[in-house]
Design a protein around this ligand. Sequence first.
Ligand SMILES: Nc1ccn([C@@H]2O[C@H](COP(=O)(O)OP(=O)(O)OP(=O)(O)O)[C@@H](O)[C@H]2O)c(=O)n1
Ligand SMILES: C[C@](O)(CO)[C@H](O)COP(=O)(O)O
Length: 250
Amino acid sequence: MSDESRPTPAQTPVAAVIPAAGRGVRLGPGAPKALRALNGTPMLIHAVRALAASRHVSLVVVVAPPDGAAEVKSLLDAHALPERTDFQVVPGGQSRQESVRIGLDALPPHYRIVLVHDAARPLVPVDTVDAVIEAVRDGAPAVVPALPLADTVKEVEPAAVADDPEPVVATPDRARLRAVQTPQGFDRATLVRAHESVTENVTDDASMVEQLGLPVVAVPGHEEAFKVTRPLDLILAEAVLARRRLTDGF
Ligand SMILES: Nc1ccn([C@@H]2O[C@H](COP(=O)(O)OP(=O)(O)OP(=O)(O)O)[C@@H](O)[C@H]2O)c(=O)n1
Ligand SMILES: C[C@](O)(CO)[C@H](O)COP(=O)(O)O
């Protein structure tokens, strides 16, 4: 591609990878978490719509449960989704990290900005998605949406037996801590390099970029981008949807 025809940073197309292959063990017995319903619609469909609501996102790759790719394809076909966005489904892996890597491998080469968004965060507002994209387009190699903590945090010596008392060893300064959400946004080449180089288990993608010694920046997250992890989170998510229906009409 000549320099003249190369997209400017503001036009750089954005793809989203949605890891949705988890079991949802902490949610309790039932279907894989991403396929469970929130107000009658699968959580995954809410998450896909949340990302596709951004006019900057032109491809969404859903990483389905390993044996659930056909079911996820049918779900995407059965629900109304924006026509300007392309959708693709790939079967996922044994860990979130592996599922994200599989999703990254499926991206066509011209996508140079990628978002990674948990299917388990179905209610992220589009303004949060766009804030992450804008920060990547402005040149940050990795961007996380983040919120200050409401609780005081203690570092403990983890107990060998669940529910045994745990000695507290430190109280970090809460003012310097943030709870990190998704979508996390990346320069695609940086994220690919991070996934190739970091082999130990991590809980988010940005920490792999940190391990490369590259800067990661935080932009404001949103309370409604919380992760559906335990049964109470399902109730909260349905309450948020009910409030949106009253105030926004959808
Ligand atoms: N092998 C895996 C494991 C997790 N995920 C995805 O990573 C996101 C965040 O993971 P988490 O909330 O921990 O989901 P689960 O792994 O499903 O939950 P649990 O740990 O309770 O089983 C979810 O969208 C989940 O589907 C994935 O794509 N592939
Ligand atoms: C990626 C993440 O949502 C950022 O907060 C989180 O780390 C996922 O954690 P989990 O271990 O998959 O629950």
